[in-house]
Design a protein around this ligand. Structure first.
Ligand SMILES: C[S@@+](CC[C@H](N)C(=O)[O-])C[C@H]1O[C@@H](n2cnc3c(N)ncnc32)[C@H](O)[C@@H]1O
Ligand SMILES: Nc1nc2[nH]cc(C(=O)O)c2c(=O)[nH]1
Ligand code: SF4
Ligand SMILES: [Mg+2]
Length: 213
């Protein structure tokens, strides 16, 4: 199978329990909860997305012919070292494209394979770190994994029900709404939520503070 890839870059994981870890980010093109076009945002299921995942025009973006070609590119961006190789598959929605062949090819290069998914498509069992970020108004079928990362506040989200799902870590991440005032209110709401609900801990988008991609 071929893969439509928006961009691939080396950075630090900015979010969640693995924040601060050196990682190659593999961003797939396309999502099932938003077209990615601004004119469709208000009518999309997911309306707060902070990411451009349209097309294949980003850094190292392309249509990769097969799993080996894509894994070779990820490995080249990591560089020579073999210690603690880590790749984060994201998007867009990676589960529209991720398959066994790709995960196996990344494993052959020695990578621990992580994924950020909206949870509407069952995840590959052989992925090493599964982060699910539910979106209100979508049906979450992937209710197990390593971390559940809920963007907050999100009207229509039942965090109490989610806390019964099978995840090792439950995270609340303040919504980036673009303006300083809105973001301050979102941070306050998220902080308050975590103070009131000890099952959950706070996830900040460190890469935005650090000026990393
Ligand atoms: C761009 S999404 C791509 C992966 C997948 N489609 C998903 O939604 O999980 C990566 C992560 O960024 C989070 N995210 C997207 N927009 C955000 C925003 N405006 N503020 C905070 N987190 C956001 C998502 O919830 C998800 O955890
Ligand atoms: N540095 C960095 N960390 C991230 N963690 C999740 C991200 C994503 O867009 O999936 C992301 C991202 O875009 N950049
Ligand atoms: S599901 Fe993920 S990639 Fe799709 S629009 Fe929402 S945050 Fe963006
Ligand atoms: Mg991002």
């Amino acid at each position: 199978m071929s893969y439509a890839v928006k961009e691939i870059f080396l950075t630090l994981q900015g979010e969640g329990v693995q924040a601060g870890r050196r990682a190659v980010f593999l961003r797939f093109a396309g999502c099932n909860l938003w077209s990615g076009l601004e004119r469709d945002r208000a009518s999309a299921i997911c309306q707060f997305c902070d990411t451009d995942f349209v097309g294949m025009d980003g850094e190292n973006g392309a249509r990769y012919a097969d799993a080996a070609a894509l894994a070779d590119k990820v490995a080249a961006l990591w560089g020579d070292g073999t210690d603690r190789r880590y790749v984060v598959m994201t998007g867009g929605e990676p589960m529209l494209q991720v398959d066994d062949a790709l995960v196996a090819a990344l494993h052959r290069h020695g990578f621990e394979v992580a994924m950020e998914s909206n949870g509407t498509i069952p995840a590959q069992a052989d992925i090493d770190w599964i982060c699910i970020s539910p979106k209100a108004g979508s049906e979450i079928v992937q209710r197990s994994g390593n971390e559940l990362k809920l963007v907050w506040p999100q009207a229509g989200s039942d965090a109490g029900a989610m806390a019964a799902w099978q995840f090792d870590h439950f995270l609340i991440q303040p919504m980036d709404s673009g303006s300083d005032d809105a973001n301050a209110a979102n941070i306050q709401a998220a902080t308050r939520f975590v103070q009131d609900n000890p099952r959950w801990r706070l996830s900040l988008q460190n890469h935005k503070i650090l000026g990393l991609p």
